[in-house]
Design a protein around this ligand. Structure first.
Ligand code: UGA
Length: 457
């Protein structure tokens, strides 16, 4: 049986909280640290600030014995063998990652160290951050043999983060010493040994005890690059298929057939080849920009990433043009909108292409009735309700008397609408689907004027 490790996780945002809950689920003792007292209080009382499957179950299961919440970083550092830094690294004006939170936390940890610790960067950070953290800690007078810095990037998707953590395709750990490598391998042993998957209460997923995730031990710099390069590559795949979808539209081919054809090549793979209205969220846009900035700083030409970004912007505009072509003018028109989150399954609206499109429609005078299963409260903070913008409680209310219905996020429930009801609810049966949730032939047969992305109308 693997030995429990005492772990502190600094930052209880989506990465920190999911990591903390999953480490506890793997048998470790976890202290979750956040400097926001009200958040700590809420977590202590059983509240959960983010919408994430399985997170409530795991936190409830472990709250009393394996996870504690505090704002006291000093004591958490002293009581832990490994301290994971999972604070935000927002995008700065230059496109680079703003590392001031990481810097502040590293200094505070340094002032608290009283024995050997492994300090692990979990936030998405540019290459060399590890080196900076090490310097900050040394500058605070901590002797070299009292700490190591490791890099352990995460590859969690919002909405499926717990399953992605416990059933990871791979675990990447960058270290510069054997001692740190050993502790990190102990932390992940319940997963890499397959032990976790034998537990009756294990969260279900694709990996099992015979197929545990590989533990990839790398240099710290390689681990940092793996994170940025993975996100940039996935964003590139999306931009690639989006351009292919535009070619499909020009020649009358179906992008889904093309994506299946290319994705069946095991060297390419079928995932992240869904054409749509462009990628969004708190990761891809920020990480592509940050990685491009890293390359620029190093004098390496990575204009490919600039193209990835501009294709992504263009894709939103093309969708907007498609809506315009279907409706001619917007002033005074009523549009139903399904989906405000940057993708289905989350309440996150950061960099949401759906919101960009809605904002543009409002600018041009459209009246909108929007429905999202989870993101409405957050959307209201950005676009307050008004005579032009109504937030409604179900998809049919959004469609009621509308000149067209736009599908902008890929929530599963949007793919299961009662089409007959939808048809008589809309004023004109026009559906413009930015997520390709319906079969065009079926929609046409049912009397809709159905437009989607990269598929013949
Ligand atoms: C992404 C990565 O998938 C995770 O591996 C990574 O850990 C995370 O960023 C991060 O760095 O924290 P996430 O932003 O939650 O996860 O969302 P994704 O599911 O990757 O989707 C990103 C965007 O791409 C969404 O707007 C989605 O709608 C879009 N997308 C995705 C497509 O347009 N087509 C696809 O085929 C896939």
């Amino acid at each position: 049986m693997s030995q429990p490790v005492s772990i502190a996780v600094v930052g209880s945002g989506y990465v920190g909280l999911v990591a903390a809950a999953c480490f506890a689920e793997m048998g470790h003792h976890v202290i979750c640290v956040d400097n926001d007292e009200s958040k700590v209080k809420m977590l202590r009382e059983g509240g959960i600030p983010i919408h994430e499957d399985y997170l409530p179950e795991l936190l409830n299961r472990h709250r009393l014995n394996k996870v504690e919440f505090t704002s006291d970083l000093k004591s958490a550092t002293q009581r832990s063998q490994a301290i994971f830094i999972a604070v935000g690294t927002p995008q700065s004006k230059t496109g680079s990652a703003d590392l001031s939170y990481v810097d502040a936390v590293a200094s505070e940890i340094a002032r608290s160290i009283d024995g050997y610790k492994v300090i692990v960067e979990k936030s998405t950070v540019p290459v060399y951050t590890n080196e900076w953290i090490r310097r900050v800690i040394e500058r605070n007078g901590v002797p070299k043999d009292l700490f190591d810095v490791a890099s352990n990037p995460e590859f969690l998707r919002e909405g499926t983060a717990v399953v992605d953590f416990l059933h990871a395709d791979r675990i990447v750990v960058g270290v510069e010493s054997e001692r740190a490598g050993k502790l990190m391998s102990d932390i992940y042993a319940p997963l890499t040994s397959g032990e976790y998957y034998k537990l009756p209460q294990a969260v279900p997923g694709s990996l099992n005890e015979n197929n545990p995730p590989p533990f990839l031990l790398t240099s710290t710099k390689a681990a940092e690059l793996i994170k940025h390069a993975s996100n940039a590559f996935l964003a590139m795949k999306i931009s690639f298929i989006n351009v292919v979808s535009n070619i499909c539209e020009a020649v009358g081919a179906d992008v889904e057939q093309v994506a299946k054809g290319i994705g069946s090549d095991s060297r390419i793979g079928p995932k992240f080849l869904r054409a749509g209205i462009g990628y969004g969220g708190s990761c891809f846009p920020k990480d592509v920009a940050a990685f491009r900035y890293v390359a620029e700083q190093l004098g390496v030409d990575f204009d490919l990433l600039k193209e990835v970004e501009s294709i992504n912007e263009e894709q939103k505009k093309r969708f907007f043009q498609k809506v315009r072509a279907a409706l001619w003018t917007f002033r005074g028109k009523k549009l139903g909108v399904l989906g405000l989150a940057f993708k289905g399954g989350t309440d996150d609206i950061r960099e949401s292409p759906a919101l960009d499109i809605v904002e543009q429609l409002l600018k041009e005078g459209a009246h909108i009735a929007a429905f999202d299963p989870a993101a409405t409260p957050r959307a209201k903070e950005v676009i307050p309700p008004s005579a032009f913008m109504r937030y409604v409680d179900d998809p049919y209310e959004a469609a009621a008397d509308a000149d067209a219905l736009l599908i902008l996020s890929d929530w599963h429930e949007f793919s299961e609408l009662d089409l007959d009801k939808l048809h008589y609810t809309l004023r004109y049966p026009i559906v413009i689907d930015g997520r390709n949730l319906y079969d065009p032939a079926e929609m046409i047969e049912r009397g809709f004027n159905y437009l989607s992305v990269g598929r013949p109308a």
